[in-house]
Write a protein that binds this ligand. Structure first.
Ligand code: HEC
Ligand code: HEC
Length: 477
């Protein structure tokens, strides 16, 4: 079931294409054949069949031929999808200048034995900090050796070999001209927003794009750096402080606002980092991120420029607010112009690909269907959830933000964003990110705790069995 998530035919766009053209060309030739096929038949597309059915009691069915510009749109959509997928998985936007160039993380991966610093990072150590290995990038021989336990997972040289195969999800190794020596490293969107299905071993399997990597310990990875000058200078604190802050994050979390406001801890001393959210199920959703910074293309540009340290252009004058964003205002983060723009040309297709990432379907065995059916009634009725989480997008169509008070929590994280609010989190595919907990900082470790919170905040008076039903419904989304 999980493998089928990777199948392009699950995406609505590809489905229309296959439905209309599969009879005349094998899937691989679909795009080339589409033009040639178009004129040869009256076979209706899925959408046309539906509208023909709706009209069956009226005029005799009129089935229009696909128009040339429909075909052109379809081809453009396929090309965008391919390009966006490539960008999401493989593009670093030139950020090697930071992760390798400044943080020198490649040296930490190599270790002194291979010309770097420290002990080096073995595959076991890399997997332990939540990095994932893309099975599809591994040659058959290596897969066989892995299955037989013949690969040395304790040797940093194996990590270097995996990077050379481009097999570490979200991490790109740059190699010197002879191709042997790792000389820099960059990161990709997939580092945080993809995981794997563990089909070969824990941490090794097929990519699951859009699934948040809740095993990934970003802080521990940055902490491997032998040189944190870039961060100590930016934040104006000692190296020891930077190291203790990033070590406080833990798995599945990152603090995107730290480089804007320098706030490392909430008032009660818990880390200010937030959970990595899913990047699937976002089509139709207006504002994104936990605190609604903007729409997907805004945040994509934000992240690629300010967090990944790619080379591009970014404009957001809200960051000029010296009180709310002292560091960003001082550094001019709202007015980034790089000499070469490696980000802006990638934004259209990247956006398109993300919108095509549907939330995965939960396995039928993972929840009780009759309890979920009762929970659905509660969600829309007594529990009043659908007032904000409007099906089927499960956030508000429109301006989907709320004050902290409205959802009964503190406003620490909301105050770190321009609108000072929390965004109604879309709930499709919740089952795929139970690890790390719920709400922006994972304060509720289970869905039951989330439900108990709403029950108390809104005085819902839900019985124990109603809470159980609601939980099954949430797991079924
Ligand atoms: C180091 C980990 C990391 C990387 C790399 C990363 N992100 Fe994110 N992403 C996050 C975190 C954490 C958030 C939540 C930020 C917040 O709410 O403050 C987020 C939020 C998002 C959201 C909003 C999701 C929602 O629920 O609305 C989108 C979309 C997104 N990222 C896309 C991308 C894209 C595209 C890239 C590559 C250009 C990328 N991210 C790279 C960690 C990462
Ligand atoms: C007033 C609007 C509102 C109502 C009513 C509401 N929610 Fe929410 N919900 C939110 C907001 C806003 C968030 C994001 C909180 C955050 O970022 O910390 C959220 C987050 C969640 C999450 C966490 C999602 C995640 O990815 O961590 C779950 C689960 C959830 N709500 C379920 C429910 C259920 C069940 C109900 C009904 C009992 C409900 N909500 C009622 C606004 C609402």
């Amino acid at each position: 079931m999980r493998r089928s998530l990777l199948d392009a035919s699950r995406l609505g766009l590809a489905r229309v294409n296959i439905a209309s053209h599969v009879w005349c060309a094998p899937a691989a030739l679909l795009m080339l054949a589409a033009l040639g096929c178009a004129g040869e038949t009256d076979t209706p597309t899925a959408a046309e069949s539906t509208s023909a059915l709706a009209n069956e009691n009226k005029a005799p069915p009129h089935v229009p031929k696909p128009r040339a510009d429909d075909t052109a749109v379809q081809q453009a959509a396929n090309a965008m999808l391919e390009e966006g997928r490539r960008t999401f998985r493989h593009d670093t936007f030139g950020d090697e200048q930071f992760w390798g160039g400044k943080l020198r993380l490649h040296e930490a991966i190599l270790g002194t034995a291979l010309g770097g610093v420290g002990d080096g990072v073995s595959p076991s150590a890399a997997l332990a900090v939540g990095l994932k290995v893309d099975r599809a990038a591994l040659p058959a021989e290596l897969i066989a050796q892995l299955k037989q336990g013949k690969v040395d997972l304790d040797d940093p040289a194996t990590t270097q070999a995996l990077l050379k195969l481009d097999a570490v999800v979200g991490v790109k190794g740059v190699f010197a001209n002879d191709g042997e020596q790792l000389t820099s490293i960059g990161i990709q969107c997939a580092l945080c927003h993809s995981t794997v299905d563990d089909s070969l071993a824990t941490g090794i399997g097929e990519r699951l794009d859009g699934w948040p990597n809740r095993d990934l310990n970003v802080g521990a990875i940055i902490n491997l750096s032998p040189d944190l000058t870039a961060l100590t200078e930016l934040l104006g604190v000692s190296e020891a402080t930077v190291r203790s802050v990033i070590s406080s994050w833990g798995p599945g979390k990152f603090d995107a606002e730290l480089v804007l406001d320098g706030k490392a801890f909430q008032e009660d001393g818990t880390p200010a980092a937030t959970l990595i959210p899913p990047a699937f199920g976002l089509a139709g959703v207006n504002l994104h991120t936990w605190t609604g910074w903007g729409a997907v293309p805004h945040w994509n540009a934000f992240v690629a420029n300010l967090e990944m340290h790619g080379q591009g252009t970014f404009y957001d004058p809200r960051l000029d607010d010296k009180t709310q964003f002292p560091i960003a205002a001082r550094e001019g983060f709202g007015h980034v112009r790089s000499e070469t723009d490696l980000i802006t040309p990638k934004l259209p297709a990247l956006h398109f690909y993300q919108l095509a990432l549907e939330a995965p379907e939960p396995p039928a065995s993972s929840y009780d269907a009759s309890a979920a059916a009762r929970g659905k009634q509660l969600f829309a009725g007594k529990a009043r959830c659908a007032g904000c989480h409007v099906p089927p997008i499960f956030t508000e169509p429109g301006w989907n933000l709320h004050t902290a008070e409205e959802i009964g929590i503190d406003d620490f994280q909301a105050q770190r964003a321009p609108d000072k609010r929390y965004r109604t989190a879309p709930l499709k595919g919740l089952f795929a990110h139970v690890k790390g907990g719920f709400y922006h900082d994972g304060r509720f470790s289970t869905l039951r705790e989330v439900i108990d919170h709403y029950d108390a905040t809104f005085a819902l008076g839900l019985s124990d069995s109603e809470r159980v039903d609601l939980e099954h419904y949430l797991l079924s989304l």
